[in-house]
Design a protein around this ligand. Sequence first.
Ligand SMILES: [Zn+2]
Length: 381
Amino acid sequence: MNAHSSPAANWGIIGHEWAVDYLRRSLRHGRNRHAYLITGPAAVGKMTLALRFAMALNCEADAVERKPCGVCDSCKRFIDGNFQSIGETNEPDVIIAQDYVKQRTRRDTSSGRLSIDDIRLLIETTKSGSAWLYLKPYASRYRIALYERFHLVLGPAQDALLKSFEEPPPAVIQILTSDSPAAILPTIRSRAQIIALRPVPKAPIKAELRRRGADADHAELLARLSNGRVGWALGALEDDAKLQYWQSALDQLDDVLAGSLLQRLKIAEKLGSIKWVTETGEATEAGQRVSQRVALYNLLEIWQSFWRDVLLETYDSPLKPCNINRHAEIRRLARSMDRAAALRAIIATRRAMNSIDQNRNTNANPRLVLDALFLDYPALK
Ligand SMILES: [Zn+2]
């Protein structure tokens, strides 16, 4: 099957063919559900799939095979990116919940978090008019609400949305995306069709990077580092800052490993309290726990990929490391420590990630997590 006839091709999705195939079949048989929950690692392509599915749902083409056609009025609104714009007399038929709330209230929703009040805005009809969710479609077949990073929405706010899942309004389809299925209330999860996306193989990511003009070495490096997260790879091709962030995260790890116990604890203190710059370049205050935790989690993910490479290297594996541009350093480290120490470092990093993830909505101090992690990291000879 060549790229043009593959089922995912006219959806413009890299990988995830089974998911496109599944959604297309439900379109064909008119068996669309009222709610979908798309899960998978950050930047793996959840929101891209959600948007393409929304586009296909409202596409005016006759044949399912041609949806989304890209030329009908509805498709054009998606392609132009103005599908959410609010007209003088009408509300948009398709919204990204965070954007809609921001337009309506001017509240900053960039953290992805929606409050109970934000959810009420969507579902509670007031004197001034019907809530968005209970309006009839204006110019489309369906009204579609997309929720980005729904794992950041706290339980009580999720709960406020539950009624719309229990008694879904006709012609409304809600699509949630979440990095972590466990962060979604079971009552919501059980009422949604779950689409669990997995990391995409390296080859299609590399091919897409090449198609977009990357030279072979750069495409290989980004495809490896992406670990199957298409969005990261394509973003890093557009914006060098992502790769720089990755490299500075590994430089930071070098400092930890080279440091004495005291120096390590000082680094933990610094990382636990300083202003953070995320890989998208936004500075976050230590007080903004959610953003700080996302940034810290990203950092630990990068370290984890590095430790996996070191462990692999202790086996003299013919497989090339993910961090291929640091192969010499990985080889050196693998020689200077035993396999058990590399394994311990991976497990400790994973444990720290879990701890950050589970406490993402509490004020638990990330510094304590880092203290414990750095004590577990090997001392280099
Ligand atoms: Zn169309």
